[in-house]
Design a protein around this ligand. Structure first.
Ligand SMILES: [Zn+2]
Length: 345
């Protein structure tokens, strides 16, 4: 539909949105306002000028340092812009140059950005802000509603047909599957097996990718989690100083697991989307509702607890799985079909 050179717009828009994602990644888990104050250096507080706000280029031109106080800017800022620019360029090519679906480009590009924000926030803070999970769910419903009947990569029975009913079924299977893992893990191992944010994330993935795509994304996340998680744990255990053996470290004591009744009630809320509706209420009302329900307040300070070498959130891998399905859905669908045939389904 569009000429091939237009992909530079995909890169530019993607980098600009990536720049905004950096604001979300810093402010959402700290419960700071997204709009105020305007962007400033967290080190010296200097407000950023026009020259500092060119995505990718400002970072390179200033050698990764604040122009005012020379404090180093974390490389994450650059990586987020680069990653988002690459994903938007890919989707731009897929849906605007080769394909002809501006609507799908918009929904997929926004959803991909939400997933990238989730990746970095969960990696650093072990939390997925409710706003992002709800955004993913809403984008999934918009995708299914507005593009009803558009072709998808999936044809498992009729669950791969794009419509609102199948988006709701995908969300139900996602939330149900991860609730079951959380509850069974809690019963079998007497410890928290799955974060609440993960259940809500898979619910949104189910709505966006439909049940077949969500299950493939789950498979991809387990595979990447096993490989990268192993490497990560190894790297961290080498890097962390060896703990003294004589004195027991109070940080080694695991936190008591969540009461089972609490977990069951939460899972029911997630399956019925009650939490998503609560998220749309003003923040003060939300807190009151959760207090009345006896639910834990998910607000978290920056360093609420120490990381241990083996500790790794699952959300980032789920985000990678979902992104893989959005970008390479056709290939993954062909592989899954080949596997099914080989397995004799
Ligand atoms: Zn500064």
């Amino acid at each position: 539909m569009l000429p091939a050179w237009s992909i530079v717009f995909g890169v530019a828009f993607g980098a600009a949105v990536g720049s905004f994602l950096n604001v979300l990644i810093y402010r959402l888990p700290r419960n700071l306002s997204i709009a105020f104050p305007p962007s400033h250096c967290p080190q010296c507080g200097h407000r950023l000028g026009v020259r500092d706000l060119f995505p990718l280029l400002s970072y390179l031109a200033q050698g990764g340092k604040c122009r005012y106080c020379r404090a180093p800017i974390p490389v994450r800022y650059f990586l987020v812009e680069l990653w988002n620019a690459g994903v938007w360029a890919w989707l731009w090519h897929q849906w605007l140059i080769v394909g002809e679906s501006p609507l799908r480009f918009v929904v997929y590009a926004l959803a991909a950005s939400v997933l990238i924000a989730i990746f970095f926030i969960d990696l650093q803070h072990y939390i997925i802000p409710d706003e992002l999970n709800v955004a993913l769910l809403v984008l999934g419903l918009l995708h299914a509603g507005l593009l009803k009947g558009a072709p998808t990569d999936w044809d498992w029975a009729s669950l791969g047909v794009l419509n609102l009913r199948n988006a709701a079924i995908g969300a139900l299977i996602g939330a149900g599957l991860f609730s079951a893992i959380a509850i069974l893990g809690r019963i079998a191992f007497r410890r928290d097996a799955m974060g609440h944010g993960d259940i809500k994330l898979v619910r949104g993935m189910g709505a966006l990718l439909l049940a077949p795509g969500m299950l493939v994304a789950f498979g991809v996340s387990i595979a990447t989690g096993a490989v990268l998680g192993g490497l990560w744990a190894y790297w961290r255990s080498r890097r962390a100083p060896a703990p003294a053996n004589d004195a027991p470290n109070p940080a080694d004591e695991p936190l008591p697991p969540e009461p089972l009744g609490n977990l069951l009630a939460s899972c029911l809320l997630y399956i019925l989307w009650v939490d998503a509706l609560i998220t749309l209420l003003p923040h003060r009302v939300q807190q009151r509702v959760y207090a009345a329900l006896g639910q834990p307040d998910e607000e978290l300070a920056d360093d609420a607890f120490e990381e241990t070498p083996t500790m790794l959130p699952f959300g980032p891998f789920l985000a990678i799985g979902a992104l893989a399905v959005m970008l390479f859905g056709g290939t993954l669908a062909a592989w899954t079909r080949a596997y099914f045939e080989w397995a004799g389904f």
